[in-house]
Design a protein around this ligand. Structure first.
Ligand code: PGA
Length: 249
């Protein structure tokens, strides 16, 4: 059985003053029926991990370099994230792929180092609107999946997040059928590459404009094991109902 996962991506939002949101979440969900992950900006990981303690919330990073250390101004390594208290790292988010020119090969190199540092990697895949309109979404996702996921992956250290680029921050979401088609495809590809046991144990998240009012419908879709939530993860008042919807899915 895959344990469901509600993951929050704060992106470039939040200062120390916002860490009280973690306390609110932990108070509302002291013994959650799902895993809860919050990925604040790198500046807050250490303080967030200390604040979360051994409670119900785990802390993750939003990116890392593929090297462990070196003359790489401005970069942060997977070892550093783990040292700061992170349990996971988001990799290959479309805002990194598009805004920083990250290729799937780079994402795979990062994921390999992050998994070696015992971080759970949340690898993001997603098509643009143009690609979807050209009806080759599954080709795009299939290529990103095979190139971005390292051979060292298993059900503990790999989570896949399907995030259509056009749904991120836009208020638009794919239909349940469209989400199900992609998630079933990703599941089948993982089973083919890693075998049924590992392939079935990897959690598949949907991401892109998940809100309290659409969460239950999305969580009812086949092979959706949770969500990667951006805007609605910033405030406990918004993230908490999404967690509750996942618990009852
Ligand atoms: P959103 O972002 O929930 O604000 O659409 C999701 C994401 O980019 O992970």
């Amino acid at each position: 059985m895959r344990r469901k996962l509600a993951a929050g991506n704060w992106k470039m939002n939040g200062t120390l003053a916002d860490l009280g949101e973690l306390d609110s979440l932990a108070e509302t969900h002291p013994t959650p029926g799902v895993d809860i992950l919050v990925c604040p900006p790198a500046t807050l990981i250490s303080a967030a991990a200390a604040r979360a303690g051994k409670g119900p919330i785990q802390i993750g990073g939003q990116d890392c370099h593929h090297a462990d250390q070196g003359a790489l101004t401005g970069d942060v390594s997977a070892l550093m994230l783990a040292d700061a208290g992170a349990h996971a790292v988001i990799l290959g988010h479309s805002e990194r792929r598009e805004g920083h020119g990250e290729t799937s090969e780079e994402v795979r190199a990062k994921a390999k180092t992050a998994q070696a540092a015992s971080l759970m990697t949340v690898i993001c895949l997603g098509e643009s609107l143009g690609q979807r309109e050209a009806t080759n979404t599954l080709d795009i996702i299939g290529a990103q999946l095979s190139l971005s996921v390292p051979d060292s992956s298993n059900g503990e250290n790999l989570v896949i997040a399907y995030e259509p680029i056009w749904a991120i921050g836009s208020g638009l979401t794919p239909s349940p059928d469209q989400i199900g088609e992609v998630h079933d495809f990703i599941r089948a590809r993982l089973e083919k590459r890693f075998g049924a046991g590992v392939g079935r144990s990897v959690r598949l998240l949907y991401g892109g404009s998940v809100k309290p009012d659409n969460a239950a419908e999305i969580f009812a879709v086949s092979n959706v094991d949770g969500a990667l939530v951006g805007g609605a993860s910033l405030r406990a008042a918004d993230f908490s109902p999404i967690i509750t919807a996942l618990e009852s899915a």
